[in-house]
Design a protein around this ligand. Structure first.
Ligand code: DAH
Length: 435
């Protein structure tokens, strides 16, 4: 059977468009996830142990974002069935990669700020240290996400408890910003999604949200929505030119719950069409519900990793998190698009695991177990074989896990040790039967 990448078989939360970290198209195969699987297939706290410096680092007791202290014990709660945040994810809170001036994400964020500041002096207010812990209401309801949307599932989103999540997009701040009276703003931050393991997916990535409100005097006798759509397109085409140069662009109609009409901007770059961002004219209900009736607005959201990977030639999303100076020393504030020169690539080590799946089995849960044990050594998890035994009515999956360090050669011994743990936890946590 042909190898199928896990990325292709798991849905990347689709509704908000594609997962913003992923430059490649993802399949639209729907995956049903339910509360139950989030509850029974949770990550263990004991995974947060440093193993020879290669696996997940021990999580600190607290993190700090914008002066707010977030305690681990409030976010990682193993015995709370409404919580599915593992230590490996908690350990990313407070890292604030986008605030590092010499980091590709910081360089890109500052280039976008520069564009808005020059084009609209003193107009857009910037926020980049809002807490990633937000209410379900802010993350979903306030931006009109349908109650049955798959992104709300425990399989796709990290829940702190039934009412609180790690934001899965920066759109989570739209309503709150409006209520606080802001009308022109850019919100940048880390966002969290349960997802596959491969070169373009990581459970934490970064987005920037842009929002602009217009008052009736601005659109005058024109149609307000058409006026906003036109301004939006002009603004974002200018941004794309600032980042990518004189590229060919096209607008694609699409769907987001929070905008109507909704668009994606694509550019023709390095020989192919690439999605740059999602945007649209804000749904009137969002404005009305948050003290801005009678206005119209536009909004956009873009994934910083996705754009940084192509602008800086960064081949693997894990690199954004490395402290290896062979990576970090290559980027300097203000140098947008300096091309990353790969240092020697260490060999991968492949291990297969086969099991009979159960009804609750999901690939996101498998990936969570693998990441919990192997941390950033987990490079890819791919479904390489699948069959159903008609007599037993059981389905078997075989996954190939690629382990590879960005920094050093791995020994057989350490990978074998990791794989033993993966096998144990896959069996105990995912309620599958190893073959
Ligand atoms: N929140 C969307 C996502 O995560 C991105 C997005 C699309 C933001 C359209 C917007 C928007 O503000 O108008 O995929």
């Amino acid at each position: 059977m042909a190898a199928m990448s896990l990325r292709m078989s798991v849905i990347t939360p689709k509704l908000f468009g594609k997962s913003s970290a992923c430059p490649k198209p993802s399949s639209s195969l729907a995956m049903s996830a339910n509360f139950e699987c989030g509850r029974t297939q949770r990550q263990s706290l004991s995974l947060g142990v440093e193993r020879r410096g290669c696996a997940t680092a021990a999580a600190a007791a607290s993190a700090s974002v914008g002066g707010l202290t977030i305690s681990r014990d409030e976010v990682v709660r193993e015995d709370d069935p409404t919580n599915n945040v593992p230590d490996s994810v908690f350990s990313k809170i407070g890292m604030q990669l986008h605030t590092r001036e010499n980091h590709p994400l910081g360089i890109l964020k500052n280039a976008i700020y520069g564009y808005f500041d020059e084009t609209f002096p003193d107009l857009f207010k910037k926020f980049d240290s809002l807490s990633p812990i937000v209410s379900v209401k802010a993350n979903f309801d306030d931006v009109l996400t349908p109650p049955d949307h798959v992104i709300r599932s425990y399989n796709d989103t990290y829940y702190v408890n039934a009412d609180t999540v790690l934001r899965c997009h920066t759109s989570a701040h739209q309503a709150e910003m409006l209520r606080e009276g802001h009308t022109h703003f850019l919100v940048t931050g880390d966002v969290y999604r349960r997802d596959a393991i491969d070169a373009t997916h990581y459970p934490v990535f970064h987005q920037m949200e842009g929002f602009r409100v217009f008052s009736p005097s601005e659109w005058g006798s024109e149609d307000g929505t058409a006026f906003a759509a036109q301004d939006l397109k002009r603004t974002l085409e200018g941004l794309a030119r600032r980042l990518f140069g004189e590229v060919e662009m096209r607008w694609v109609d699409c769907y987001f719950p929070f905008t109507e009409p909704s668009f994606e901007l694509e550019i023709f770059f390095q020989g192919k069409w690439m999605e740059v961002l999602g945007c649209g004219v804000t749904e009137q209900a969002i404005l009305n519900n948050n003290g801005r009736d009678g206005t119209v607005a536009w909004a956009f959201g873009l994934g910083l990793e996705r754009l940084a990977m192509v602008l800086f030639d960064i081949p693997d999303i894990r690199l954004f998190w490395t402290n290896d100076s062979r990576f970090t020393s290559q980027f300097k504030s203000g140098q947008l698009g300096a091309k990353f020169k790969p240092y020697s690539k260490y060999p991968p080590c492949y291990k297969d695991i086969s099991f009979w799946i159960s009804d609750q089995f999901t690939e996101n849960n498998l990936c969570e177990v693998v990441r919990g044990i192997a941390g950033d050594l987990a490079e890819e998890v791919v479904l390489i074989d699948e069959f159903t035994n008609p007599k037993k009515g059981k389905t078997s999956h075989c996954y190939r896990i690629a382990y590879r360090s960005m920094e050093r050669s791995l020994t057989d011994e350490e990978i074998n040790e990791l794989q033993v743990q993966v096998r144990e936890q896959v069996e105990s946590k995912l309620k599958v039967t190893l073959r």
